[in-house]
Design a protein around this ligand. Sequence first.
Ligand SMILES: [Zn+2]
Ligand SMILES: [Zn+2]
Length: 312
Amino acid sequence: MPALRAGYIRLSVRACGVCRTDLHIVEGELPPKGEAIVPGHQIVGDVVESYDPAHKEGSRVGVSWIGGVDGTCSYCQAGAENLCDAPTFTGYDVNGGYAAYADARGDFAFPLGGDLDDLHAAPLLCAGIIGFRALRVAGVLPKERVGLFGFGASAHLALQVLRHWKCEVYVSTRGAKHRAFARSLGATWVGDATEIPPHGLHRAITLAPAGEVVIAALSSLRKGGVVAVNAIHLDRMPQFDYDRLLWGERQIRSVTNMTRADAQDFLQLAAEIPIQSSVTTFPLQEANRALAALKSDAIDGAAVLLPPPVSP
Ligand SMILES: [Zn+2]
Ligand SMILES: [Zn+2]
């Protein structure tokens, strides 16, 4: 156990969600930052030690991908801490939640209400918040037609937000199982991974790390529509026809990290709706099996790791 630093809290991990970003880190698609790292950035834990007066020992909190920012760069000063020049990412720059214990900056830990159990809270912390940010970046308005391209942990939560906003949701994803799952959650239409929905979309969110999916999303937009690309890594961006796909004031935007305001707003909304996350659990020792299942699209909803109970 390292010494706990000022401003930090120590968590006894109760559950940790598995995110595609963990896979990119483990497989080296995101460049390694050091010799070794404990991944995991959807941590639900109990505070067992606190050097932050805002968090009492015994309280339950969530920790997400954004583990800290400098607070001084031009982006932070402008309220865009998701774009901070010197960010700290949980499970990438600092050790994360694939562990029995994890340390986190107190000012980047979110109190969790009593409504959600550990398992169902974990996927909200990145999949949920980032999906919500993607809806914001895309500029979704109530009752619009919105496409979700790819249907994993993030999309199954975003779909519930969209239904709450009375949007029509069009889901393009590979795998009959994922399509049936999307339909069961209220999708208006479902199709294959790069299938174009029958009506022009106001907004589209892509959630698969494949450039061809971005092109399919662009091809689905009506004039003035927006594609928000929710991927920290894309295989490549294919060449596309400007006249047909982008002209007409269509836009393509990336979704990058999150702000604490996104987290707070989403967690509140999730409790109001209330959002139901669909979860498959794995013991912590089987983290590699969980990552492999995620890679092969074998999971409906989100994977969550459970550490063995620790004796005090
Ligand atoms: Zn994540
Ligand atoms: Zn900054």
